[in-house]
Design a protein. Structure first.
Length: 217
């Protein structure tokens, strides 16, 4: 073998790359006619598929938005209910603040009641048995008014304090009135209007009406 010239040495790399490229050559290119036809004629089909996927995506987002909205409404209702309950408890606490003092009996009155024994109504002379008295053998009924002294005596025998009972009655009526106002405020709050998306037919109808009204003008 003869001596290699500088030209052979310098061009040796090119020959090496050419030989490598020849090893990976494609012997034959075969086209699939069905696949090629499907690609060339399937633009509309692929467009419909993309639209369907987009609709499914938007429907899913709408569903998630409705779930989140219902969750927020539920949390707001729970918060409102807790606030009303706290207000109601605070109102009852303010109303019942002095109830313990009202229902307590003083030490003197307790001692008096302990010393006094219940003897019932023994004599007919002491009567306060009732307001109506019927005389036997007669058809007429006599109505007798109880004096304040007799009424106080009956209340004392039954361990009833007339002054405190009247005050307790007024407080009970006032408490019932305040509770009714709180309950009425809680029920009278207007409900939040539900949001509803228009259907495709409704949007089309509204658009057609708008165009018609615009032409009339």
């Amino acid at each position: 073998m003869g001596k290699r010239t500088n030209r052979d040495i310098l061009t040796g790399g090119k020959k090496y790359t050419q030989n490598k490229a020849k090893q990976h050559l494609v012997e034959e290119v075969v086209f699939d006619k069905d696949s090629r036809l499907d690609y060339l004629t399937g633009f509309h089909k692929r467009k419909l598929e993309r639209q369907k996927k987009a609709q499914e995506y938007f429907k899913e987002q709408e569903r998630l938005a409705k779930i989140e909205e219902r969750k927020q409404i539920k949390l707001e209702k729970e918060k409102e209910m807790l606030e009303n309950l706290e207000k109601y408890k605070e109102t009852l606490k303010n109303i019942n603040g002095d109830d313990d003092n009202e229902f307590k009996v003083s030490d003197d009155e307790e001692n008096e009641e302990d010393e006094q024994e219940w003897e019932g109504i023994q004599d007919e002379d002491s009567e306060p048995k009732g307001i109506l008295k019927q005389h036997i053998g007669e058809d007429e009924v006599i109505i007798e008014d109880l004096s304040d002294n007799k009424l106080e005596e009956i209340a004392k025998l039954n361990f009833v304090n007339l002054e405190k009972s009247e005050k307790i009655l007024k407080d009970s009526i006032e408490r019932a009135r305040q509770y009714a106002q709180i309950a009425q405020k809680a029920e009278s709050k207007p409900r939040k209007k539900k949001f509803r998306y228009l259907t495709k037919g409704e949007r089309r109808s509204n658009k057609r009406k708008a165009i018609t009204n615009k032409r009339r003008k």
